[in-house]
Design a protein around this ligand. Structure first.
Ligand code: FAD
Length: 482
């Protein structure tokens, strides 16, 4: 099957029999549910871009073994050109959602592609696992499937096992192995895009070291979301059924986050990629370089988001007539700087990319991982700047009905500015509110703070990967100069 259209995506997620719960009710059709259909439409629109004649060459590629064109984010990059082609596609998707759907399907596509290229790493763990990984990559590529993922165990207490949350009865664990596969029980967070996905991938960034050779909390597998015993519990939806004028982002880009319960779920052996092997799990992201590739997707998303916030800030200040004030200029410069830095890190990682041991062209690790650390604090600051620039204008936002109601004349007279009609001003600040103040906007800030792990872990990652020897040596050379 070639790369999917939006309609094919919608038809498949409508037909699958997943157990999705939202606000006390089981969701029967995510494509028509008022809290989820906007997000489903947004993902469908991304798949439709694969059939946009003007950019089809950017969106799909022909797999090495031939066959139907596949989505570009399934490409295993072998050259610098491949890496840039893939980024062009990811940036196009990210711009289409204003950077507001961080878990668009390309996130998991690049991750699984990196694992498939490094399939021998999984094969070293257990015979057959490498083949499973290669087959799985081909399966999701050839059917253009959408994946969610859940990496984190719920916390019952921090005292038992520190940051890794490995507690019997809460953490996801293997309860038995059968001829058919492994049976897993427990709960995981936070499956963003869960109700809008075909499949769920389950793995961990790292797991605690245990003395025993085989650890029941350690696994990497992927199964259909419609697997028996799998239950998705959604948070409340931020799509409140309001118009695109009033809630421009919440009404379009609700990607939803879920707790996932696994009630004795059978994972067939062909879908198991790693089992019980603590060191292998802990080293997966580094050895396969999947973290560098997913950071590459994240950088494209961050850049699209920076551009969007910067563009919004420019329009807000033009509309309010304060663009020329020195303190406004200082804040606009800060937004510009973050945007430029994001692009520079992404491009540097591509320029200094190199082939890894699996023959994959891998973005340079330090600049690409830096985009994650940078955005954890830069995005909240960007939102703070929007709030400082917009102030009460975010609240001078009458509804569409108000705009046509008895006070329409007052609104037109008093909310117009020197450069904008009342309607243009109100529309712009509805958008600003959805970026900087709404529940949707606040969740975006939380996402950027945490989606790539907590700040302390991120700091440690950066310290660990930065090559320190050269800078240390330079200081030592200076000290010991004659
Ligand atoms: C909007 C959103 C979407 C997400 N989407 C996904 C997804 O699709 N898939 C997925 O798997 N995960 C997802 N995540 C989860 C994300 O991976 C976690 O939020 C992240 O790893 C942090 O874990 P935590 O939320 O349990 O926070 P915690 O680990 O509890 O961290 C909270 C705070 O406690 C601090 N802290 C942590 N440990 C200690 C300690 N031992 N002592 C003192 N302080 C400590 C941290 O530094 C941090 O400030 C998402 C998160 C968000 C917010």
């Amino acid at each position: 099957m070639p790369a999917r259209t939006g309609q094919q995506y919608l038809d498949r997620i409508r037909a699958q029999d997943c157990e999705i719960w939202l606000d006390g009710e089981r969701v029967r059709d995510v494509t028509t549910h008022p809290g989820l259909r906007g997000g489903a439409q947004a993902i469908a629109a991304l798949y439709d871009m694969q059939y946009d004649a003007a950019r089809r060459d950017q969106m799909v590629f022909t797999p090495p073994e031939g066959g139907a064109p596949a989505g570009m984010s399934f490409l295993i990059p072998r050259t610098h050109v491949d890496l840039e082609r893939r980024r062009v596609m990811m940036l196009a998707w990210a711009r289409a959602t204003c950077g507001m759907m961080g878990r668009s399907p390309d996130f998991m596509n690049v991750t699984v592609s990196a694992w498939a290229a490094a399939a021998d790493y999984f094969e070293e763990g257990r015979t057959g696992f490498g083949g499973n990984m290669r087959c799985y990559h081909r399966h999701i590529r050839d059917n253009d499937l959408t994946l969610t993922h859940s990496l984190i165990n719920l916390q019952r207490s921090r005292n038992v096992s520190g940051i890794f949350n490995l507690q019997d009865g809460t953490a996801l664990q293997v309860v038995r192995e059968t001829d058919a596969g492994i049976v897993v029980r427990g709960a995981r967070v936070l499956a963003t895009l869960g109700p809008l996905s075909d499949e769920i991938a389950v793995y961990s960034p790292r797991a605690a070291q245990h003395a025993d050779g085989h650890n029941p909390f350690v696994m990497n597998f992927a199964i259909p979301c419609a697997t028996r015993g799998l239950r998705f519990l959604c948070r409340q939806s931020f799509d409140q059924g309001r118009s695109h004028f009033e809630h421009p982002l919440s009404s379009r880009f609700e990607e939803m986050d879920c707790i996932v319960f696994f009630d004795d779920v059978l994972v067939p052996w062909e879908r198991v990629f790693l089992l019980g092997d603590v060191d292998r799990l802990n080293n997966t992201a580094q050895r396969t370089h999947s973290s560098a590739h997913s950071a590459h997707q994240g950088a494209a998303k961050n850049l699209a988001k920076c551009e969007f916030v910067l563009g919004l800030a420019l329009l807000m200040t033009e509309t309010l007539g304060n663009a020329h004030l020195p303190h406004t200029e200082a804040m606009l410069a800060e937004l510009t700087l973050t945007t430029v830095l994001m692009k520079a890190c992404m491009r540097a990682a591509e320029a200094d990319a190199s082939l890894d041991e699996w023959g994959v062209m891998c973005p340079d690790i330090v600049p690409i991982e830096s985009t994650r650390n940078l955005f954890m604090t830069a995005y909240p600051r960007m939102i703070e700047i929007l709030q400082l620039l917009g102030s009460s204008s975010f609240l001078l936002t009458p509804s569409e009905r108000d705009m046509q109601g008895p006070l329409a004349g007052h609104i037109e007279q008093y909310l117009a500015t020197d450069t904008a009609s009342a309607r243009d001003r109100v529309g712009l600040f509805h958008l600003g509110w959805d970026v900087a103040l709404s529940a949707f906007g606040s969740r975006q800030v939380l996402y950027e703070r945490f989606f790539a792990s907590d700040p302390l872990t991120r700091a440690r990652v950066l310290n660990a990967i930065f090559p320190k020897q050269e800078v240390r040596q330079r200081v030592l050379d200076f000290l010991h100069m004659g």
